[in-house]
Write a protein that binds this ligand. Structure first.
Ligand code: ZN
Ligand code: CA
Length: 413
């Protein structure tokens, strides 16, 4: 099974790089087991169960496990908060891009009336920020669910009857995230998201920079399937999402019709449960809303959340637990400027990370006796320096001047 997963991951990694990858289907097939026996999901804290009331706003306490091996993975509190904000817009239909829902689908777009808070009370009743930071020796998690166990380099779940656990960590291949559907192993229950697609601020990338990966995965966590039913003209079990041939990616234009479309309106590719770009997905449907909310009904797997008080910090007592009990090594600062390749064949690329700017700085290449061989003023954050005229040997590249000068040793082949 492990080998199979790795093969899938490798296949994934050769796909078009701009495509969303949700590992849900693969995860569910190979790792997920519905658990009927085991803990009673109905009675965390001994508060008597109750049913949902019509249209009540359900608020879910969230604990974020930030697992980092380097500075880039240790995302900021602001980035974490931006994700909570995105969820509260998307699940309340307060997202401004709902204006982009095509007219024919507008009446199907739904306010799910589900909200999220960073947990304010930890499992022992102490105050918490709801953000746990844990250094891990693993630069990337190779095996599904390892991030959910401290013994495997991850962080143990908080009681999944009271908290939605979200692990933010790097995963092998291009997997951006996956979720456990309702009713599984409580120790693995929750959502896993890659740090570079988490939230809409900070270190988020390209087409997946609006926090919709978590919206999508939490949709799975609340029992939604992919809109195409993971099959050719498959069924997602939702009455108001039209049948669609397969998944969409990128940013399609309306209408997107195929041989299995039920009418000329075609696919609901702007649904959060398709695989389109973050900027191009903007709705849950009424049917999806009903399906998600049904998980909270009496006797259903998410019912316990109706009795979780973990969003209310006034109910916490004592001192917060120290952030991390693992030894935290000094986090290595990421080089603000990188060069590649080195050794050099014909040219070397200089690239600035984050806020560091190269524009207007002078790059000078010296030979091993200190003679200037090349000099150029950089015009962008990513610049190419031609090396094809230089003989093989060792050179020194200096970028900028004075205190923030960067010096590199280059090997010319
Ligand atoms: Zn998915
Ligand atoms: Ca449907």
């Amino acid at each position: 099974m492990r080998l199979y997963l790795i093969i899938i991951f490798i296949l994934n990694s050769f796909c078009i790089s701009a495509q969303r990858v949700c590992d849900m289907d693969n995860y569910e097939k190979h790792n997920f087991q519905l658990q009927v026996a085991g803990r009673d999901p109905q009675s965390p804290d001994g508060i008597p169960p109750r049913d949902t009331s019509v249209n009540e706003i359900i608020t879910i306490p969230v604990v974020i496990h930030v697992l980092f091996n380097n500075e880039a993975q240790n995302i900021s509190d602001a980035q974490v908060l931006s994700q909570i904000d995105v969820l509260n817009r998307d699940f309340r239909m307060l997202n401004t891009d709902k204006a982009d829902v095509p007219a024919v689908f507008k009446s199907r777009a739904a306010d799910a009336r589900i909200m999220f808070c960073l947990a304010q009370v930890d499992p022992e009743g102490r105050p918490t920020t709801g953000i746990l930071r844990r250094y891990t020796k693993l630069p990337v998690f190779m095996v599904a669910d390892d991030m959910k166990f401290k013994s495997k380099g991850g962080s143990d779940a908080w009681d999944s009857r009271n908290y939605l656990n979200i692990w933010v960590c790097a995963m092998f291949g291009r997997t951006m995230g996956y979720a456990t559907p309702p009713g599984g192993d409580p120790l693995k229950d929750g959502v896993v998201i890659s740090p570079d697609v988490f939230g809409d601020k900070g270190r988020v990338r390209g087409d997946f920079n609006k926090g919709r990966t978590a919206t999508h995965e939490i949709g799975h966590w609340l029992g939604l399937r992919h809109i195409w039913g993971d099959d050719d003209c498959g069924d997602d079990g939702i009455w108001d999402t039209p049948k669609q041939m397969s998944y969409n990616f990128g940013c399609p234009t309306f209408p997107r019709v195929s041989y299995c479309s039920v009418d000329n309106n075609g696919d609901m590719y702007m649904n959060f449960m398709d695989l389109t770009n973050d900027a191009c997905m903007n709705m849950f449907s009424n049917g999806q809303k009903s399906k998600m909310r049904s998980q909270f009904a009496l006797g259903k797997p998410r019912n316990s959340f109706l009795r979780s008080y973990r969003c209310d910090g006034s109910l916490a007592s004592g001192a917060p637990l120290p952030q991390d009990t693992l030894p935290l090594p000094a986090v290595k600062k990421v080089d603000p400027v990188s060069i590649f390749p080195n050794p050099v064949l014909t040219e070397v690329t200089v690239q600035a990370k984050e806020d560091e700017t190269l524009i207007g700085k002078t790059a000078v290449v010296y030979n091993n006796t200190g003679t200037v061989m090349l000099s150029c003023v950089l015009q962008s954050k990513k610049a190419v320096i031609p090396m094809n005229k230089l003989l093989p040997g060792i050179y020194i590249l200096k970028i900028g001047a004075a205190a923030d000068q960067k010096v590199f040793k280059l090997v010319k082949m």
